[in-house]
Design a protein around this ligand. Structure first.
Ligand SMILES: *[C@@H]1O[C@H](CO)[C@@H](O)[C@H](O)[C@H]1NC(C)=O
Ligand SMILES: *[C@@H]1O[C@H](CO)[C@@H](O)[C@H](O)[C@H]1NC(C)=O
Length: 184
């Protein structure tokens, strides 16, 4: 009886070993796919908010095959159109004149910050066109500081917190992408 039991255990072990040493084809394929994680996903893992980054970057159909150059256009382009949209929104809010005077004052400061953000992001896109890759990380940090400065203009009652947060996170993605040019 005891012998039979050890034989059973032995068989169980060898079956297990076979599985471990030569995984079935399906498992190997999965492992191989995991080995070549898309650059866009790797980049998003280095950002402050993975899900936000993935949603933003993968809304562009070029994302799965993107190298760092294409990824730069995707990230800077997203941040640029986002900043432009918020700049126009703020300008519209100021024009319609509604809201308390302190909110209006804050919005006017924010308009300046967003104009600056749009200018820097346009410069970054221009640098991509001319293949000037150094300094893109510093410019990304500058961009990130502008929605932060805007947010502080309202003494804790910002009417555009979500928009500011979006640009902060998009600028962070730009920064991680820009850093790719340091590791050749
Ligand atoms: C992620 O960050 C690590 C640590 O700083 C760095 O070595 C790596 O190259 C980065 N990868 C990407 C895709 O950003
Ligand atoms: C700005 O970015 C956020 C987050 O990706 C997105 O939800 C929003 O639609 C964007 N707005 C524009 C105008 O690009």
């Amino acid at each position: 009886m005891a012998i039979l039991r050890s034989v059973t255990i032995l068989i169980a072990f060898s079956v297990l070993c076979c599985f471990l040493t030569s995984p079935p084809p399906l498992l190997s394929a999965t492992a191989a796919a995991a080995d070549r994680t898309e650059l866009a996903t790797e980049v998003c893992r280095n950002t402050t908010n993975f899900a936000f980054c993935r949603d933003a970057i993968y809304s562009d159909p070029r994302a799965p095959d993107a190298d760092r150059y294409v990824l730069s256009y995707i990230a800077f382009g997203k941040a640029y159109s986002n900043a432009t949209d918020t700049r126009d929104y703020i300008a519209y809010k100021i024009k319609s004149g509604g809201g308390k005077p302190e909110i209006l004052r804050g919005l006017k400061k924010c308009l300046g910050h967003y104009e600056e953000a749009v200018r820097i992001l346009a410069e970054m896109l221009g640098n991509l066109d001319s293949e000037t890759f150094s300094g893109l990380d510093k410019l990304s940090v500058e961009v990130e500081g502008l929605p932060r400065a805007c947010e502080k203009r309202f003494g804790g009652r910002s009417p555009i917190t979500t928009r500011n947060d979006n640009l902060i996170k998009l600028a962070n993605i730009c920064y991680v992408v820009a850093k790719l040019y340091e590791y050749h």
